[in-house]
Write a protein that binds this ligand. Structure first.
Ligand SMILES: Nc1nc2c(c(=O)[nH]1)N[C@H]1C(S)=C(S)[C@@H](COP(=O)(O)OP(=O)(O)OC[C@H]3O[C@@H](n4cnc5c(=O)[nH]c(N)nc54)[C@H](O)[C@@H]3O)O[C@H]1N2
Ligand SMILES: Nc1nc2c(c(=O)[nH]1)N[C@H]1C(S)=C(S)[C@@H](COP(=O)(O)OP(=O)(O)OC[C@H]3O[C@@H](n4cnc5c(=O)[nH]c(N)nc54)[C@H](O)[C@@H]3O)O[C@H]1N2
Ligand SMILES: [Mo]
Length: 774
């Protein structure tokens, strides 16, 4: 029997709150991962997909960008990967009747959860100007409408092409080519809201914006520091690597305002011992840092390293490495001499003894890896904080040797590959030169808009056509109300998507939804089934082969749609044969071979069983592609988050059962939340200081300069052992609180992890079950 989509939307009326857990995965992990799959897809389809996830000749799990080990297990997936696969591979479809029954405005009060649960998008639909309904449209007509709009623009910069990081390398390459042939570098992407601070800081200091470690380095490390990352939920397979590292004697330190279960303990579901036994302790030291305090912590550790060198000259720093490979040491050392320990204590909320202990771990380890994710990048000083990570590593030569390095852990499964393929509003001239030469045209050179600038440009009426290759921009970006009213000002919005989300409901005057094949599905073109390629967090590139038949014969691959739109828009301008790219993706890969550095012989290399690893100067040969050819040790000024009395620093996080704006269920098992999402986690002592109680309904006010407060009403407080002075709520609901102008310096990433808020007893009666935003 085919399952049915839920008719009822959810409310928090039956929310259940229990104690948070202190370990991740274990037997429950396997059970939880299999149960929804079997229910939704039936046994045969489930078995087929679950054995092919992340396997050589299988498909790449579309959940996160954590790399695959060389020796893959029978089930090389995790609970959350299984959720991502089942969410995509559901047999539920959005039938024609859905569009007749639901006006677009009636979908406006549906939650992301409800929208996503309606099933797969199976045919192109179009909303005409002034209409409140989507209606089916043929592919040719859809392409023609887009072509008319693009060809009618007064300037190419009136179009923007957003990408979310699930798109394949092939689709991304054709997409950026289309944008540049049109004449614009307006290529914002989800990375702008994610690891942009990493790219900015690492490009500046080590000459490449990517991880300097390989998968096998984890097992060789003496010390792994995990900052601002919740791997138990967001990169669960990383726990296996951490577990193995521990077995090889590594020490693990976690730095986080929240005591995340996966950082504390772990049960390996893939070993008998783990299956039956007790959880292994993961973190040897846990520093419960105040939000935004990491930069001060890192400086304090570097200072201790320098002090130790003063005490034992010649024995602490890696002098040869610094002399041969680094710039800026002297200036850094004199800057650190003035570090104010009181300021460090205030910024971090950590006692000096805990910082001393971490410094001791660092000094007694020959090989150190530092990992980080959104808890570092999504801060005003995110770029500087990452520069301090690099400083600390450089002091003892912890870059470019086995078992050591800087390891930003990426989000979307192919977000790194999309960048490599040219999806960036600021690609360097060398890339544009190669692209122009390959396709015989002159690519635009002016930088385009990023995600935040894109919303601003929409708001000012400067962008008339907004296309999105996947994702859910209005759901994911800060300042929801502003972003939505901006998107409504555009003439045409186009979404290439697997499933319904908020960005299909908040549209331009005209709108198109183009349904795409998922990564699990067979991609059949004129020359036969096609594979696509992706790049993981450690620069490993490999092929992904769809496994199950497409959800409908009307859906098309992302690559085919993008090339189809380009063909309709440009014909054979510059002699580019877009249709040849659709017939055979090898044609695209041949172009990639000649344009993208490190991708020579791309067809041959991606056909190898293990794919290949992209070159990486710092990792491979301690080569730093900076102006001076050396790694930069930098001087960065502290600027702790300012939080006036009576206010808290609110961070926005993911629950265990969501993927960004996709909500799989209303539970957050490790944090003890069931059947609800409208909660704000606060330390019990802070609740008491604020005159509030656990379980009380509150309104959350975000204060920004002299702008009127942004408000989220009707949230329930949950007393939680977070760091003092901090609070947490779920993304995307809390995005209404983040001002569009509140962005990280240099990278322009929304500051999603430090919103200064005030909590007040709610004006909304308890039990309403839905938050109210104004
Ligand atoms: N299942 C699942 N997997 C995912 C995703 C998903 O939504 N669901 N999303 C994918 C994407 S796109 C990304 S980018 C990654 C995100 O992966 P994460 O970065 O792990 O995701 P967040 O939920 O934002 O968690 C941020 C962590 O940083 C901590 N933190 C917040 N502020 C600070 C701070 O100031 N200092 C420190 N030290 N820690 C802080 C938070 O407590 C939290 O543990 O995951 C990817 N994988
Ligand atoms: N407050 C706050 N805001 C944040 C964050 C935060 O931590 N806090 N995190 C930020 C981060 S790290 C990121 S990466 C962004 C995410 O921003 P986005 O990448 O724009 O958002 P997603 O929710 O990942 O996009 C989900 C949609 O992608 C579509 N989709 C899924 N699979 C496919 C596919 O294979 N192909 C195509 N074409 N479409 C597909 C589906 O329609 C689905 O609804 O959000 C950012 N926003
Ligand atoms: Mo992300």
């Amino acid at each position: 029997m085919t399952p049915k989509a839920p008719l009822e939307d959810f409310s928090d009326a039956n929310i259940e709150i229990t104690e948070p857990l202190t370990h991740a995965v274990g037997i429950e992990g396997v059970y939880h991962s299999m149960e929804p799959a079997i229910k939704a897809m039936g046994l045969a389809r489930t078995a087929k997909l679950m054995t092919k996830i992340n396997h050589k000749e299988g498909f790449d799990c579309m959940s996160c960008a954590w790399p695959d080990p060389d020796h893959r297990k029978i089930a090389e997936f995790c609970e959350n990967g299984a959720k991502a696969v089942t969410w995509e591979a559901t047999p539920l479809k959005i039938e024609r009747s859905f569009w007749q029954e639901h006006s677009i405005s009636s979908l406006e009060d549906k939650t992301e959860y409800w929208l996503g649960m309606q099933g797969r998008l199976i045919e192109p639909v179009y909303k005409a100007q002034g209409s409140d309904h989507y209606e089916p449209i043929s592919w040719d007509e859809a392409y023609a409408k887009i072509a008319d709009h693009l060809n009618g623009l007064a300037h190419p910069n009136e179009a923007a092409f957003y990408t979310s990081g699930r798109a394949s390398n092939e689709a991304a390459f054709v997409y950026q080519l289309m944008s540049r042939v049109l004449g614009t570098n307006n290529l914002p992407d989800c990375s702008n809201m994610c690891h942009e601070s990493t790219g900015t800081a690492m490009q500046h200091t080590v000459g490449i914006g990517k991880s300097t470690v390989s998968y096998n380095d984890f097992a060789k490390a003496d010390l792994i520091i995990i900052m601002g990352q919740n791997p138990g939920t967001n990169h669960p397979r990383m726990l296996t690597a951490l577990h193995e590292a521990k077995q090889h004697g590594a020490r693990i330190v976690a730095v986080n305002p929240l005591p995340e279960a996966g950082l504390i303990g772990y049960k390996d579901p893939q070993s008998v011992k783990g299956y039956l036994g007790k959880a292994t302790q993961i973190a040897d030291q846990f520093l419960k840092i105040r939000s935004g305090g990491d930069m001060a912590l890192l400086q304090a550790i570097s200072k201790r390293v320098l002090d130790a060198e003063a005490e034992y000259p010649g024995e602490v720093l890696d002098h040869d490495f610094i002399a041969q490979h680094c710039d800026g040491f002297e200036a850094f050392a004199s800057h650190m001499a003035n570090l104010d320990e009181r300021e460090v204590e205030q910024a971090t909320g950590l006692p000096a003894a805990e910082i001393d202990e971490l410094a001791d771990h660092y000094l007694s380890s020959e090989r150190v890896i530092i990992c980080w994710a959104m808890g570092i990048t999504q801060h005003r000083k995110g770029v500087d904080t990452i520069r301090e990570i690099i400083n600390l590593l450089l002091l003892r030569g912890n870059i470019g040797k086995p078992g050591a390095g800087a390891s930003p852990v990426r989000g979307h499964s192919n977000v790194q590959g999309d960048r490599t393929m040219g999806v960036w509003e600021q690609m360097p001239d060398s890339f544009l030169d190669a692209l122009g030469k390959e396709f015989n045209f002159d690519p635009p050179r002016d930088h385009g808009v990023d995600a935040v600038h894109g919303i601003r440009a929409l708001n000012e009426g400067k962008i008339k056509v907004w296309m999105s290759l996947g994702g859910n921009l209005v759901g994911a970006i800060s300042d929801t109300h502003l972003a939505e009213s901006a998107m409504r000002k555009t003439r045409l919005s186009v979404q290439l998507s697997t499933k319904l989300n908020r960005s299909h409901v908040v549209t331009g005057e005209e709108a198109l939804i183009l349904p795409v094949l998922g990564r699990t599905e067979v991609d059949e073109q004129a020359t036969g089934p096609q594979y696509i390629t992706v790049e993981d967090s450690v620069c490993a590139v490999h092929a992904s082969h769809g496994q199950v038949p497409p959800i409908s014969d009307q859906v098309r691959s992302e690559t085919a749609i993008v090339a189809g739109i380009a063909h309709a828009t440009f014909g054979d301008r510059h002699g580019i044969d877009w249709q040849a790219m659709i017939r055979d993706y090898d044609v695209i890969r041949d172009h990639i071979s000649r344009v993208v550095p490190g991708c020579e012989d791309y067809n041959e290399k991606t056909r190898r069983r293990d794919g290949f690893i992209l070159p990486n100067g710092p990792r491979d040969s301690r080569t730093f592609n900076t102006e001076t050819g050396k790694a930069r040790i930098t001087v960065n000024e502290l600027e702790p988050v300012e939080c006036p009395p009576g206010r808290l620093i609110l961070q926005t996080v993911r629950s265990h059962d969501q993927f960004n704006t996709t909500i799989y269920s209303l539970n957050d098992r490790y944090r003890g939340i069931k059947k609800g999402r409208y909660v704000v986690f606060v330390h019990p002592d802070d609740l008491a200081d604020l005159g509030l109680t656990d379980g009380q309904t509150v309104d959350i006010f975000s204060e920004w300069k002299d702008e009127p407060d942004r408000v989220l009403r009707g949230f329930r407080t949950v007393a939680f052992p977070t760091a003092r002075g901090c609070a947490a709520a779920y993304f995307p609901e809390a995005n209404v609180l983040i001002p569009l102008d509140s962005t990280a310096l240099e990278s322009n990433t929304p500051v999603s992890k430090a919103v200064v808020v005030r909590l007040e007893p709610s004006s909304v009666p308890a039990g309403v079950g839905r938050p109210i935003t104004v």
